[in-house]
Design a protein around this ligand. Structure first.
Ligand code: GRF
Length: 221
């Protein structure tokens, strides 16, 4: 069997991208990254990809008069690469329905909250304002509704009494770097699948996502 190929979409820093690059290099993800695509020409993540000798592609959304032209270009570009998995790693554009449909069941995202809580932006601030005792991040398959779609794995951390938005965001991000490579390896090795909007783990439908708490991994239930 040929090595599964991954295309990664970014918009910014690319620290999750770096965690994935490292996991591939360390043999923790059995796949190759065929390209990194950014909608920002100056995204730091592009430099991270280049340093790892990964092809980079810029599709600058500001150069398109119509949103639909950007969407079509992105869809065509990713389709051309024929990826087994498309990974969104801080990609800050809302994907078109066509894109999601085309890559359905092989499209993962990471979101900095314990979904379904705090979809959208400013998740850390909102978790603090809501006095949450726990916060975290979720890796999920992408559906047509924003930050929805079945969850594969979540990292949970306690919210500390002296946390502010920045400290909480940093601690969540560290956990993202752990759970995203795990979820990606599960997908490319065939352990995790999405069928009819249901996540399967080792061919069994799961009712609850896997969790990563205090460096301990619990498999999905
Ligand atoms: C992360 O917080 C991720 O959860 C969200 O965007 C951020 C990307 O950070 N989707 P980075 O570019 O991977 O550093």
């Amino acid at each position: 069997m040929s090595t599964p190929s991954i295309v990664i979409l970014i918009s910014g820093s690319g620290s999750n991208l770096q965690a994935i690059i490292d996991a591939v290099a360390e043999g923790k993800i059995h796949a190759s990254i065929s390209a990194v695509i950014s909608n920002h020409p100056d995204a730091l993540g592009l430099k991270r990809a280049q340093a790892a000798n990964i092809d980079t592609i810029v599709i600058d959304h500001t150069e398109f008069a119509e949103r639909s032209q950007f969407d079509q270009t992105l869809t065509n570009q990713v389709a051309k690469l024929k990826p087994d998995l498309v990974v969104l790693a801080g990609f800050m554009r809302i994907l078109s329905e066509e894109f999601i449909t085309q890559f359905e069941e092989r499209l993962l995202n990471i979101h900095p909250s314990l979904l379904p809580e705090f979809k959208g932006i400013q998740t850390h601030r909102r978790a603090l304002e809501a006095n949450k005792k726990q916060h975290g991040a979720s890796v999920h398959f992408v559906s047509n509704e924003l930050d929805s779609g079945p969850v594969v794995i979540q990292a949970r951390i306690p919210v500390l009494s002296d946390d502010n938005e920045k400290t909480l965001a940093e601690r969540v991000l560290q956990q993202e770097h752990v759970i995203y490579p795990i979820a990606i390896e599960w997908f490319v090795s065939g352990r995790v699948k999405l069928l009819n909007n249901q996540v399967y783990f080792d061919d069994k439908p799961i009712a609850e996502a896997a969790t990563w708490i205090s460096n301990t991994l619990s498999l999905p239930k």
